[in-house]
Design a binder for this molecule. Sequence first.
Ligand SMILES: NC(=O)c1ccc[n+]([C@@H]2O[C@H](COP(=O)([O-])OP(=O)(O)OC[C@H]3O[C@@H](n4cnc5c(N)ncnc54)[C@H](OP(=O)(O)O)[C@@H]3O)[C@@H](O)[C@H]2O)c1
Length: 232
Amino acid sequence: MIDRDAMLDAYAYAEGGGLRVNFVSSLDGAATVDGRSGGLGAEDDQQLMGVLRSLADVVLVAGGTLRHEGYGALRLGPENAAWRRANGRTPHPRLAIVSSSLAFAASDPIFADAPERPIVVTHAASPPDRRAALADVADVLVAGDDAVDLREAVDALAHLGHGDLLCEGGPSLFGDLLDAGLVDELCLTLGPVLVGGDGPRIVRHADEGIRRMRLVHALPSGDLVFLRYRRA
Ligand SMILES: NC(=O)c1ccc[n+]([C@@H]2O[C@H](COP(=O)([O-])OP(=O)(O)OC[C@H]3O[C@@H](n4cnc5c(N)ncnc54)[C@H](OP(=O)(O)O)[C@@H]3O)[C@@H](O)[C@H]2O)c1
């Protein structure tokens, strides 16, 4: 079991915030098993997710991951919500969904049950009728003409006072953020399993090339290892 207070300290954002990406992977590098991340980690990994969400202003997630992983409204547990309140934050971070298709219903619990108004990050060529429908239940951030301009989106979030960003994937969004030079940190949990198969790695579709990272810490927790790397 992780010590929550120690983890809150260990994962504090650098002064000025930044964009951190959080993933879990198997020992052989798989980001999914049976199409989801669920079997790769353990309970401690879910606790880390709660800690990382507690520290963030906004949790950024791709439409694909939202659908695959069956996201509901982003709501922290009472302990984490209380910690945020005590630290001058809203009890829950905002969820920001990156999507072109906008294939979500305004009645979806992601929006309908959200304790904080979600943000939909899209571009000017996304379906206007869906954009209008979602504008009733979320702030719609349009960045880019026919593809999401992620740098513009991150700048717009910063302008709203959202400088501490946590991206929960998936691999395609991670690849796009990497190509845009926006990834400041990677938090990677190594799960104690070997998976095989042909499932994706944690990054997809990014240009091949070395982006050097520096180890901040490697914390064992049972059979898991929590790795925190910062851009070199
Ligand atoms: N191991 C882990 O920690 C972890 C974490 C997250 C996800 N996953 C797994 O990863 C898989 C999904 O990954 P994926 O690579 O297929 O997809 P993904 O990155 O989750 O999502 C792709 C979809 O998200 C939207 N999207 C992503 N980047 C976008 C961008 N730059 N601009 C506009 N829209 C963007 C689009 O959705 P629209 O159709 O809405 O336009 C796109 O079709 C799932 O199996 C999930 O379980 C694993």
